[in-house]
Write a protein that binds this ligand. Structure first.
Ligand code: SAM
Ligand code: SF4
Length: 403
């Protein structure tokens, strides 16, 4: 196995001695016990809904400060789609027959909207699409984001000083090899590359772009070498398509020094092909990984962390599982999204969006925009209803929202 020493060092996560010394069965039992205590879909929402009136009042009192919804969830994470164009046709996302459906705004307009969110408490901005690397002005946008400062300290007190934003980007990686250096120089902190197979043929069958695998792999390696590591690699698992690759992805994480994130397939695709049977659930992924090599759970990076994180018994490699279908995390959601045409979406599964750009174009002042954002965020949905009777598909698909 070829080792990349630099990345291995980054990903060699110190884990407590006890778990490795545990008998394999004991380790498995402790892992499974933990997973069974994980929230169910209803728990995820009711943990918020069942807060006492006093708690809700106290959150309401804070509304003049940090941005929160009616359930008290602080909104700290903004995803901005800068285009809904894309150069891939991933089978679980686009049909490939439809192009972009929504307009793109001048970069300066996105920046003004982002500034309002930051003034209200947003600390992380993730640029996405469509494919964000197709968007002209992206580097300038990152440069401006890098100059912004958070409005709150970690303890929640407002501050004039602030810290730099956490600036991340999600890309399919096709154009990454040549752009990685400039992205880093512009001020990007973190990058996530979507790669749904570690085998070139399966990869091309998913993206429906010939010879795409080598370019994406080169992009990942280049991102690491310019200092954008550890790179996260997102893989949406589809039963019967790429679910045979779980173990190879574990191997890939260990060999390439990247963090692999398996994502459960959600009903957000253009061609309405989602079926519950196509989803590869978290328990199954964990079982397969643990059989490949004993897993050791890692603590969450934050309370709103969407991924359940693991390393292996030798501390080499990291895999995470994002399980919005089998283990929803809505109760801790800290996210809102801004679409390429300047609409706020409070949930991936919203039935409508809110025209922040319209407010701006009508001449809204900063304080009017702030009031509009607060009003919209206040009504953020408690949770999604994937897999429930009467589930309604959202008003936009993933490629037109920004994932
Ligand atoms: N084009 C970029 C990319 O592919 O990384 C950014 C946009 S893409 C919509 C963002 C993320 O959403 C990708 O990691 C992609 O795999 C994921 N995604 C797209 N459709 C999805 C679906 N139906 N269910 C789960 N994840 C999905
Ligand atoms: Fe394009 Fe990303 Fe959707 Fe694939 S997942 S079609 S790369 S937007």
């Amino acid at each position: 196995m070829q080792q990349n020493n630099r990345q291995v060092a980054i990903l060699r996560v110190p884990v407590p001695a006890a778990p490795w010394r545990m008998h394999r069965q004991a380790l498995k039992r402790s892992l499974m016990a933990h997973l069974m205590s994980y929230k169910t879909m209803d728990d995820a929402a009711t943990s918020v809904l069942e807060r006492t009136a006093d708690e809700r009042d106290s959150h309401a009192r804070q509304e003049r400060g940090r941005l929160r919804d009616k359930l008290g969830r602080a909104i700290t994470d903004l995803r901005v789609s800068v285009t809904d164009r894309c150069n891939f046709k991933c089978v679980y996302c686009r049909t490939g027959n439809e192009g972009a459906q929504y307009s793109e705004l001048p970069i300066a307009d996105y920046l003004r909207m982002v500034r309002r969110f930051v003034a209200l408490g947003v600390e992380k901005v993730r640029l996405t699409g469509g494919e964000p690397l197709l968007r002209s002005g992206l580097l300038e946008m990152i440069g401006e984001l890098a100059k912004m400062r958070t409005a709150y300290l970690p303890d929640g007190t407002s501050t004039e000083e602030g810290r730099p934003l956490d600036i991340a980007l999600t890309t399919n990686g096709h154009l990454l090899e040549h752009m990685a250096g400039s992205l880093k120089e512009a001020g990007l902190n973190r990058i996530t590359v979507s790669m749904d197979a570690v085998d070139a043929e399966t990869f091309a069958a998913i993206t429906r772009v010939p010879r795409s695998f080598d370019r994406v792999l080169a992009g990942i390696r280049q991102a690491k070498s310019v200092g954008l590591g550890p790179v996260k690699v997102n893989c949406v698992l589809l039963r019967g398509f790429n679910d045979g690759q779980i173990e190879q992805f574990a191997e890939f994480s260990r060999r390439e020094g990247v963090i692999v994130r398996f994502i459960e397939f959600m009903p957000l695709e253009e061609d309405r092909s989602w079926r519950p049977e196509t989803v590869v659930p978290m328990d199954e992924i964990v079982g397969r990984l643990d059989a490949y090599r004993p897993l050791v759970e890692l603590p969450p990076n934050s309370v709103s962390e969407t991924a359940k994180r693991f390393t292996f018994d030798d501390g080499l490699g990291e895999v995470g599982i994002i399980a919005p279908v089998s283990r929803p995390f809505c109760g801790h959601c800290s996210r809102v999204r801004l679409t390429s045409d300047g609409k706020i979406r409070t949930c991936l599964f919203s039935q409508s969006d809110h025209d922040l750009y319209g407010e701006m174009a009508r001449g809204g002042t900063d304080s009017e925009l702030d009031a509009y954002i607060r009003k919209v965020v206040m009504r953020k949905e408690a949770r999604h209803h994937i897999g429930e009777p009467g589930f309604q598909k959202p008003s936009r698909n993933m490629v037109h929202i920004g994932g």
